[in-house]
Design a protein around this ligand. Structure first.
Ligand code: DCP
Ligand code: MG
Length: 360
């Protein structure tokens, strides 16, 4: 067996939450190839295969310098045989035939289109595909039964397909800050999601609302949604409210916060002579009790893969359960409190990774 020494800059820790992953990296072609295959696998319901490609792509995202050739792949963790083949082909030929074939397939293109519709997941998209539907026009002309959410998704499809920019995100933060200042003085509004990681645009805006006095945030979501409605800014909304029992139940449960998925009418700054001075954007509002805010912030900042890896690390390396509400130590049988994200990383025995380096 040949032993190779891996240079320090290409030494990669096994979990994405142990790595610093900036937004920009020198492997966009390689990452795009793997992420296309990950997406295509998820479209076929093959979660494990999708995850394998996502893991490999995430490793490339954190490398500080461009790979000099296929030989440098061997020291990296999480690159399976299939990913290795794909990477080798892109490194040597510039493109991978399998990826190009997938991208051009009717199946991939249609699934991508349908799952891009707000309210449409892989199962629904797959059913429509098997029914022979291929376009938004088909959905409309075949009188396909749509949920209220999907109807809104189709109605505002063109607007929602345009990414939300940083300036738009900031104007939404200001709008919600203005509203909460009236409804609940001293309430906090925190931008989470991709924008907190430094992304210049995103598919939606994720806002966390809280109040320094725990308990004062109760009822805020309802009044905020009502206010947005009165201002004629709500094009669609779906709220879900946690019950006290749910909020304190199983630590394995998904988010139990009061939250609201909306499509908002974003008024554009310069109306000029244009007739239409607004566009539809997706805004998610999440109301968080103060003591859970660091956990919610960590959980809602992402990336999705970073979050998945944090939870996997907590469980397998620390016997802890992490979610957006708290951190539970299974050995001690206790919840660990934290007043900042830094403290959560400390509890987990991880070096702190700032939001802009969580683009795993
Ligand atoms: N999140 C998660 N698991 C989910 C949903 C969300 O871990 N099932 C977390 C990670 C995401 C964050 O919440 O990064 C926000 O979800 P988005 O889908 O909005 O993801 P991003 O904000 O990262 O992407 P985009 O910029 O496209 O909005
Ligand atoms: Mg987002």
């Amino acid at each position: 067996q040949v032993t190779t020494t891996v240079e320090p800059s290409l030494q990669v820790a096994p979990y994405a939450c142990q790595r610093r992953t900036p937004l920009d990296h020198p492997h966009s072609a390689l990452v795009m190839a793997l992420e296309t295959l990950a997406e295509a696998a998820l479209f076929e319901g093959e979660e494990a295969r999708g995850l394998a490609f996502t893991r490999a792509a995430s490793v490339l995202r954190c490398l500080p310098r461009a790979l000099r050739g296929t030989h440098e792949l061997s020291g990296l963790p999480g690159i399976g045989a299939h990913s290795h083949r794909v990477l080798q082909e892109v490194l040597e030929d510039g493109v991978c035939v399998e990826v190009e074939t997938v991208k051009q397939s009717e199946r991939y293109q249609t699934m991508k289109l349908f799952t891009q519709i707000f309210g449409v997941g892989v199962r629904t998209a797959d059913r429509w595909y098997r029914e022979g539907l291929r376009s938004l026009g088909d959905l409309r002309s075949h009188g396909t039964r749509l949920t209220r959410e999907q109807q809104a998704g189709v109605q505002y499809f063109e607007d929602l397909a345009v990414p939300v920019g940083q300036a738009e995100a900031e104007s939404l933060v200001c709008l919600v800050l203005d509203a909460t200042a009236h409804l609940l003085p001293n309430a906090s509004v925190t931008l989470a999601g991709g924008f907190r990681r430094g992304k210049p645009c995103g598919h939606d805006v994720d806002l966390l609302l809280s109040h320094p006095e725990e308990g004062r945030e109760v009822g805020l979501l309802g009044s905020l949604v009502a206010w947005l409605g009165e201002q004629d800014l709500l094009l669609y909304q779906h709220s879900s409210y946690s019950t006290a029992a749910e909020a304190s139940s199983s630590c394995r449960a998904l988010d139990r916060f009061d939250r609201c998925f909306t499509i908002l009418r974003l008024v554009l700054p310069t109306a000029g002579t244009r007739v239409r001075a607004w566009r539809a954007v997706r805004l998610d509002l999440v109301v968080v009790p103060h003591s859970q805010l660091p956990f919610a912030l960590l959980g809602w900042t992402g990336s999705r893969h970073f979050e998945r890896e944090l939870r996997r690390f907590a469980r397998h390396e620390r016997e802890m359960v992490l979610n957006s509400h708290g951190l539970y130590d299974m050995r001690q049988g206790t919840f660990l409190l934290a007043s900042s994200e830094e403290e959560i990383f400390q509890h987990l025995g991880l070096d702190y990774i700032p939001p802009t380096l969580r683009n795993a």
